[in-house]
Design a protein around this ligand. Sequence first.
Ligand SMILES: C[S@@+](CC[C@H](N)C(=O)[O-])C[C@H]1O[C@@H](n2cnc3c(N)ncnc32)[C@H](O)[C@@H]1O
Length: 175
Amino acid sequence: MAGKSVPERLSWAVETLDLVPSDRVLEIGCGRGVAAVLVLDRLKEGSFTAIDRSDKAVEAAIRRNSENVAARKASFLVAALENAEFADDSFDKIFSVNVNLFWARSSKRELTALRRWLAPGGSLHLFWEPPGAGQAREIAARVVPFMEEHGFKTTTLTGQTSTSAGLICILARLF
Ligand SMILES: C[S@@+](CC[C@H](N)C(=O)[O-])C[C@H]1O[C@@H](n2cnc3c(N)ncnc32)[C@H](O)[C@@H]1O
């Protein structure tokens, strides 16, 4: 994919995931599958799974990643997080970019599911590119205490793009 067509937030997010080739990765709210391309480039024996509640988004993501789907290295499912089901310990890294998780509303059920799906030593990465620096602080102020109350240890990372107020990642690990 030409570098130009990849939004800076997605390049930063995938760099920040610090992937290793064997990682089993879940993306929530994959949209049209642009981050998926970047992740799949970094995986060898690992695998990539994505969910999005929009069937149009999933169709586009499958088209964009058709070779990896055919090779069964990637799968894209139409599902909302609140209805998704995966086996325990299925993923080493779970991430989302610009998805309204855990800040407009705090769902213990969804966080419990994510916790269950993460393998020991796994990590959860929630990325946002908010319209202003104030919103980044607001997101962190809501999401961090919620995650910590539910057994995650969090680190808040920030990044820059050439065009926006900045990027934020809440990185959460179990302890
Ligand atoms: C703003 S778009 C971001 C897409 C992509 N991550 C990006 O940064 O370009 C949010 C995407 O998340 C999906 N989404 C929102 N809430 C969701 C949920 N609870 N479960 C699954 N997908 C969700 C939407 O359908 C949409 O495709």
